[in-house]
Design a protein around this ligand. Structure first.
Ligand code: SF4
Length: 316
């Protein structure tokens, strides 16, 4: 799986001062699962080390200016960012992790300075990051700093794996029957983000207008990518757990059901992590060989070694 990254995050000495911003989570953990494709627009046009650049509000227009010599490099940076975007089209990425706070790569809250002596405001977006958002609005994109939040981290990785799965599925030239199977396997994962999105996807799959498979897949792709870009919550996840428990109602004893309900309540009250409840559900799913649940991505959305559901902080 190819993951785009700001080069400095994986240890490339490409920052303005010749250092890097190596990130442990990316280089120690994610590197097991992804092939990194590094991008550094600044390094492509300026030498390293170089003068720092910053976003400056000049007559209500955000420009990129060198810190000391006050040279306006906005157009150069925009042009090279466009070159990177064209490269991204070819690279078939399944997500991107950007370096926070950078006037080039920062996704949000980048410092914007004033022309005159006045406090800076954290309201800018880096030039390259802006282009990524414009050109790939449904690509999973995050900053390394935000990924320290277990909730954002879990949501982002769940989104990446689903994104990748969808593109692989589309490449296989699926039939209507295969689309139904794909859609069904994402039922509870999408429920954990938005029940109405799953309904919308269901209407596309039902194909009341008798469109061709190509037209249906094109509609499905956009709606699916929008659905997985939404964030999950404790209450939506709790509802999914209740739905899943319904499949065992007549198969397990009263005591076992009570035990499950208690575990779900403890998840809801942030006493135990989701993985503890999922473990129990997976045991019953396998014991009773419940085909419908065995295929549910919600129960196994990404490699378990990532341990993203192992903290109560992964859900809000
Ligand atoms: S933040 Fe972006 S532009 Fe700056 S050094 Fe890192 S990769 Fe290069």
């Amino acid at each position: 799986m190819k993951l785009g990254v700001s080069s400095c995050l994986i240890g490339t000495m490409c920052r303005y001062d010749g250092t890097n911003s190596k990130d442990g989570f990316i280089t120690n953990i994610l590197q097991e699962y992804f092939e990194f494709v590094p991008y550094c627009p600044e390094k492509m046009i300026f030498s390293t080390p170089r003068e720092a650049i910053r976003l400056v509000n000049i007559k209500d227009e955000i420009r990129v200016v060198t810190s000391n010599t006050k040279k306006d490099v906005t157009e150069e940076l925009k042009n090279i960012s466009q070159v990177c975007i064209e490269q991204m089209q070819k690279d078939e990425l399944c997500g991107f992790i950007l370096k926070s706070k950078s006037p080039t790569c920062g996704l949000e809250r980048v410092k914007v300075y004033q022309e005159v002596e006045a406090p800076s405001e954290k309201k800018g977006v880096g030039v390259f990051a802006e282009k990524i958002k414009e050109n790939f609005p449904l690509l999973p994109v995050e900053e390394e700093g935000r990924l320290n939040d277990p909730w954002l981290r879990e949501n982002f990785l769940m989104q990446i794996f689903a994104y990748k799965h969808l593109f692989e599925f589309l490449k296989s030239n699926p039939s209507f029957k295969e689309l139904v199977e794909f859609h069904t396997s994402y039922k509870y994962l999408i429920y954990s983000k938005s029940q109405s999105s799953y309904k919308e996807l269901g209407n596309i799959v039902a194909n009341h207008d008798k469109n061709s498979i190509e037209e249906v897949l094109a509609l499905y792709k956009v709606a699916f990518l929008e659905a997985i870009s939404q964030k999950g919550s404790i209450s939506k996840t709790y509802n999914v757990l209740l739905h899943i428990l319904g499949y065992f109602k007549k198969l397990i004893s009263k005591e076992e059901k009570q035990e499950m309900l208690e575990a779900m309540e403890e998840f809801k009250e942030e006493i135990i992590p989701l993985i503890a409840v999922i473990k129990l559900l997976n045991i019953y799913t396998k014991r009773f060989n419940l085909e419908y649940l065995l295929q549910q991505k919600f129960l196994n959305p990404y490699p378990k070694e990532l341990a993203l559901r192992s903290t109560v902080k992964a859900y809000k």
